[in-house]
Design a binder for this molecule. Structure first.
Ligand code: C2O
Ligand code: CU
Ligand code: CU
Length: 479
């Protein structure tokens, strides 16, 4: 009944939130479906640090549910690792200490930093050594993250538990008085094995090498099937898809549309409402949810809705299966109500190309783990593209395979201007600035790219971690 109602609503599409309040969840009295309460695990909030300190990557144990831990590799002992929170204009001084049995390096996904602080795999450090990162925060507010980037080892290291949030704040965002403290929730989404003993291990099957690792148990902030107690206030929900390969189609089981205020690169030009939102690997979403109508003990589920993928592989838990990601349970207490959003959240200037023509990147997946861009597999010392600093270029990401490819660029953000074939549209939640864009089978996505700040060596790659490790990655030199 619930399901039918929101699938219907999904056809209604999206709308701009015009300066008003956000929609309150109006139908929260429905009976819960699936595991609830006792069989769910409280969502951990994690710890926070500033821009100075140490990140220690080391073996440890991850608490996956109350009273149960499994061996894992972690930053500072937890997944997510410490949330790094900084303001624009500050300087970061962070030291990665490698206490893993493997080489590693940290990449700050979505941060504009000098190339020697970007975590390029050429900077991988040996077990027992450390790497110093010094960089200024030169970009607008947003939800970013960090994770390992050692070539051929990224997938396994993220799978074992290495990832964390990097939050940037600025004056423009502060002026909006968005929910904060307990009303700002960070959610790191992953899917892991139903056999808890295997949930943080990495042993890809032959099928996994093609599709990537797709499992059926949703994890949030490292714990399985999370639940979160919420008062009747307005919450800011920052969601990160830190999965190996899985794409989510986020929605609330009440059918209430999602109010989206931001994505990969920070705030959208204006808040929009969307019945559901596709979130590819590496992408982020910034939402507001009003729980003022949620009565004590009642529940709302953040779900991933089913979707179809033409030609997806016959794996056990393919892309597009329905998943219950995070349960919210009302406490019945009153909570802070946020002021109405202004019609404009942020000023985003539209890029226009300064050179004619385009660069085209064709993504192909062959048998086994043959994942390539323009027929090339990543080579550490080969420069694949040279881009002049400041030039605005039109790039085409063309998917000539039957697998989805979330395409990610280091060193800058881009604007998504067109998508042809497949879903055949740019979604309102893809406006503003992006560093990762989902390119479904047969789709071509057109983006405008400008490197504005640093010269040096950056990367373009698919963020399906199996594909990335298999070499679906190019070196991009900004000169
Ligand atoms: Cu999130 Cu090159 O990575
Ligand atoms: Cu990145
Ligand atoms: Cu891919």
């Amino acid at each position: 009944m619930n399901r039918r109602r929101f699938l219907h609503a999904a056809a209604a599409g999206t709308a701009i939130v015009a300066g008003g309040g956000i929609p309150a969840l109006s139908s929260c009295g429905d009976a819960p479906t699936g595991p609830t309460g006792a069989s769910r695990t409280p969502l951990p909030a994690g710890t926070t640090m500033g821009g100075a300190g140490m990140l220690i990557a080391a073996p440890g144990s991850a608490s996956i549910e109350t009273g149960r831990s499994v061996p894992a590799w972690l930053y500072n002992g937890a997944l997510p690792g410490p949330t790094i929170r900084m303001r624009r204009g500050e300087g970061a001084s962070l030291r990665l200490v490698n206490q893993l049995p493997d080489p590693t390096i940290v990449h700050w996904h979505g941060l504009v930093v000098p190339d020697d602080a970007d975590g390029h795999p050429r900077d991988t450090i040996a077990p027992g050594s450390s790497y110093q990162y010094d960089f200024p925060i030169v970009q607008r507010a947003g939800t970013f993250w960090y994770h390992p980037h050692a070539h051929h080892s990224t997938a396994g290291q993220v799978q074992r538990g290495l990832a964390g949030f990097f939050i940037i704040e600025d004056d423009e965002e502060s002026a909006l008085h968005l929910p904060q403290g307990e009303h700002e929730v960070l959610l790191l989404l992953q899917d892991r094995d139903e056999n808890a003993a295997l949930s943080y291990t990495y042993a890809p099957s032959a099928a996994d090498l093609t599709s990537g690792i797709l499992r059926n148990v949703p994890f949030g902030n490292g714990v399985q099937r999370p639940t979160l107690a919420v008062d009747g206030g307005c919450y800011r929900l920052r969601i990160l898809n830190a999965s190996h390969s899985r794409i989510y189609r986020l929605a609330l089981d009440t059918g209430t549309p999602l109010t989206v205020i931001g994505n990969d690169g920070g705030l959208l030009p204006s808040a929009i409402e969307s019945e559901s939102v596709y979130l590819g690997v590496g992408e982020r979403l910034d939402l507001l949810v009003d729980f003022s109508q949620l009565r004590a003990g009642n529940r709302v589920m953040l779900q991933s809705l089913p979707f179809m993928l033409a030609g997806d592989l016959a794996v056990r838990y393919p892309q597009g299966i329905a998943l219950d990601l995070l349960e919210f349970v009302g406490t019945g207490e009153a909570g802070p109500i946020s002021p109405p959003l202004p019609p404009t959240l942020s000023s985003v200037v539209d890029l226009s190309p300064t050179v004619p023509g385009e660069r085209t990147f064709v993504f192909t997946s062959g048998a086994g783990d043959a994942h390539q861009i323009n027929g090339l597999s990543f080579a550490m010392d080969r420069v694949d593209e040279r881009i002049p600093l400041g030039q605005v270029e039109r790039w085409i990401f063309q998917n000539d395979s039957t697998l989805p490819h979330p395409v990610h660029l280091h060193g800058t953000h881009f604007q998504v201007v067109a998508r042809s074939d497949g879903r055949n549209r740019v979604y309102p939640y893809e406006r503003g600035w992006k560093d990762t864009v989902l390119v479904m089978p047969a789709e071509s996505v057109e983006v405008l790219v400008q490197f504005t700040t640093y010269r040096g060596l950056y990367l373009l790659h698919c963020h399906n971690l199996q594909h990335e490790d298999a070499g679906m990655m190019l070196n991009v030199e900004v000169f």
